[in-house]
Design a binder for this molecule. Structure first.
Ligand SMILES: [Zn+2]
Length: 234
């Protein structure tokens, strides 16, 4: 209920007539995108390879939105997704997390997901929101597109650095917190991967287009150019 009320604050809310009722929703799909979702069966096959097990339907549905090229790139690049049951510490799942952020499980609000650059590993709580899965997977994509090892494309790209430095608006405040978050949340907005359970306002492609046209062009070109299928991760 709280998240539903919060959504009424969205500046892009539109009202649609549907039968004898009026539907109020964000403007999903209002701006065309270049990333067709992977078919469910194809997505399941690829996501199972990332998880090294039978992936949940929720995870498959969330990541299918990235499209076949992005999912295949993640498989090629050796990305792993580990589902972490509640009660199990993130630091126990990854030597890099144990070394770099050993107290992460004692944080006041431990994250629902994490991307470990050193290990190309996505850690996700079993009940994580689909937007958390998408956000962390976008970090993995950012790492796979980098020219250098253990780096991010968003750090290396002059275009992204310049767009970030000169942006007059961001899709949300998290996107403004660093280049990697800028990339992840902009991609999530472009793909319109959200979760009704979240208190964060849903992100839409239109939002990215109107608030940050330069970043829209960069993300759109990424999905449109065939770069994802050509990319050979280091
Ligand atoms: Zn992040």
């Amino acid at each position: 209920m709280r998240s539903a009320l919060r959504r009424l604050q969205g500046e892009d809310l539109c009202a649609y007539h549907s039968g004898d009722c009026t539907l109020v929703s964000e403007a999903f799909g209002a701006v065309p995108g270049a990333a067709p979702a992977a078919k469910p069966s194809t997505a399941r096959g690829l996501v199972n390879r990332l998880v090294h097990a039978e992936a949940s339907s929720a995870l498959v549905a969330a990541l299918a939105a990235f499209g076949v090229e992005a999912l295949a790139l993640a498989v090629r690049g050796g990305v792993r997704i580990k589902i972490v049951p509640s009660g199990r510490h993130f630091a126990r799942c990854s030597p890099a997390v144990a070394a770099l952020v050993p107290d992460i499980d004692r944080w006041q609000a431990p994250p629902a997901g994490l991307f470990v650059l050193e290990e190309r590993l996505v850690l996700l709580r079993a009940g994580a929101l689909r937007m958390a899965a998408a956000h962390e997977f976008a970090h993995a994509l950012d790492a796979l597109l980098a020219a250098r090892q253990r780096s991010y494309f968003s750090f290396e790209s002059e275009d992204i650095r310049s767009a970030y430095a000169s942006a007059s608006g961001f899709v949300n405040e998290y996107a403004a917190s660093g280049l990697d978050e800028y990339f992840a949340e902009s991609v999530r907005a472009y793909l319109e991967i959200n979760d009704d359970r979240s208190c964060w306002l849903p992100l839409t492609r239109k939002m990215l287009f109107t608030r940050d046209a330069r970043m829209f062009q960069i993300v759109d070109a990424l999905f449109r150019s065939g770069r994802l299928s050509r990319s050979r991760p280091r």
